[in-house]
Design a protein around this ligand. Sequence first.
Ligand SMILES: N[C@@H](CCC(=O)N[C@@H](CS)C(=O)NCC(=O)O)C(=O)O
Length: 200
Amino acid sequence: MELYLNTTSPYARLARIVLLEKGLAESVTLKWCDPWADDADLLKANPAGRIPALVTEEGTTLSESMLIAVYLDGVSPNKPMIAQDSLGEVLHLAGLGQNLMDAAFNTVIARKHYGNGIDDSELGQRRSRAIQRLLKQLDGELGEIQQTSTINLGHIATAVALDYLAFRLPEANWKEEYPELQEWHAGVTARASFEQTAFS
Ligand SMILES: N[C@@H](CCC(=O)N[C@@H](CS)C(=O)NCC(=O)O)C(=O)O
């Protein structure tokens, strides 16, 4: 398999963490690329020009981080990331994590293209409020949880999104505002799969 990625994409990191957690890292060649520079191989694999993109052993290309995660979870029965007996719970948390990722990523990209003043636009304000609400909700749901030794897609999406927020939008100050969520996050990101894929 081949995975198109870079070192700063939260979506690509999610896919890579799932690969590592599923023990599939050896089966994949990492194709480092710049999606913003219209990388020719990436465009051939994914006409949307976005990462992550996964080319399977059969030569089929998959896009969208969550769909890639579903595929990887199905390819190897080891350590299910989307266990059927907690399907709703896992997908609920994965959705919150992905929404936080989207709100943070869209803020960063809008700033990159239009300058920081875009934060004051109606859309910028909506994204900012979404980030605040999502943090509050995640703190309520995860803040009191004792970290277990198991991990699922919901944990991965949420921990990657929180890490991305600290990486790109440190002024959100979520670790200071939500110390219990920070503790949960520290437990998850101490895993080898997170350490090996740290944003850089
Ligand atoms: N919903 C997609 C988002 C993917 C995405 O936006 N990737 C960014 C990098 S973080 C990208 O490749 N952007 C290039 C572009 O939009 O042209 C997913 O979950 O995979």
